[in-house]
Design a protein around this ligand. Sequence first.
Ligand code: DIG
Ligand code: MN
Ligand code: MN
Length: 391
Amino acid sequence: MDAYTPTRGDRFTFGLWTVGNRGSDPFGGPVRDHIDPCEIVRNLAECGAFGVNLHDNDLVPLGKSQKERDTIVSNFKRALSENDMVVPMATTNLFSHPVFKDGAFTSNDPRVRAFALQKTMDGIDLGVELGAKLYVFWGGREGTEADACRDVRTAIERMREAMNFLTGYVKANGYDLRFALEAKPNEPRSENYFPTTGHMLHFISTLADEEMVGVNPEVAHEVMSGLSFPHAVGQAMEAGKLFHIDLNSQKIGRYDQDLRFGSEDPRQAFLLVRLLEGTGGGEPYRGPLHFDAHAYRSEDEQGVWEFARGNMRTYKILKAKARAFDSDPEVCELLRCHEDPELEALWQAGYDSKRAQSLRQIDLKPDEVARIGLRYERLDQLMMEHIFGVR
Ligand code: DIG
Ligand code: MN
Ligand code: MN
């Protein structure tokens, strides 16, 4: 037990599919046995997690009768209660069954789109029954290889129809549930629709119940495209749409690695934790901190729980470092930026002809301003020294 031992108050969660990942990959079968969901709850509680998330079929395999489903759910609820664990988020598996081979909500076959809606309504009922307040949509197979198969505008319209129908379902049932849309650029499809968090943020603005819908950005899914994850998260926060987050680690330009948080990219992980925790002054993120990652294929079950602990410890270590960085007097001095409220007042309230005229008459001396050094080298070196643990 030390300062980085996770506690319920840290709000760390894992999906059943993450620590339950059996280590299969496209070139080899499972290396670990199945772990029963109730066993996962017990082990995660012991590791210090706050909660567990699930796809419908992570808990209730396809084809179970209503009676079998109810027994499974009842046993799972008991395990949650006995271990003081919660289910903050649920989601639907709309990618494993072969019927989804050409997508779910965007499929060219209306029977597939109907089945996806059926399955999602059942999944929402299950999530709500377990206490989830968030429902994630990851469109794993919403995409193409043969792009001539449908107009991308048709795919967008079909996704919008599904979202509008399902927010309608939530409202009609009086569920206290919000949606979080998760972007990914490719894999398993060659091209996924809605490839980045930015695409999702625009799409949400076109929905009938857009206030119920936010995003669930994942580190790996933005980094796969070579994009800045902290910038994607920052834009979601600025739009009030960071409803959930999938934490892991990733090498740029690779397949979706879903590695242990912070293991590939401590600099980006530090900047992300600093943003989420608000140590730099901005409003913090207060939702669940979900690790959508899995252990290396090299690991046995002991390695899985070491993996789980590693995610949480790394987050807490970086949180302490971000606090130290933002309370470092030299950093605070370097971050004190030039402020001129009187000058900014000329445009910040929008256009006004008088203010525009005043603005155009000022001699701003751009050549003098251009010679000012910003001292970002010292700032960034201080940040790295905090990350390295020498400051
Ligand atoms: C993959 O990154 C996706 C699925 O695991 C799940 O639907 C979603 C929820 O975290 N992430
Ligand atoms: Mn992923
Ligand atoms: Mn994810």
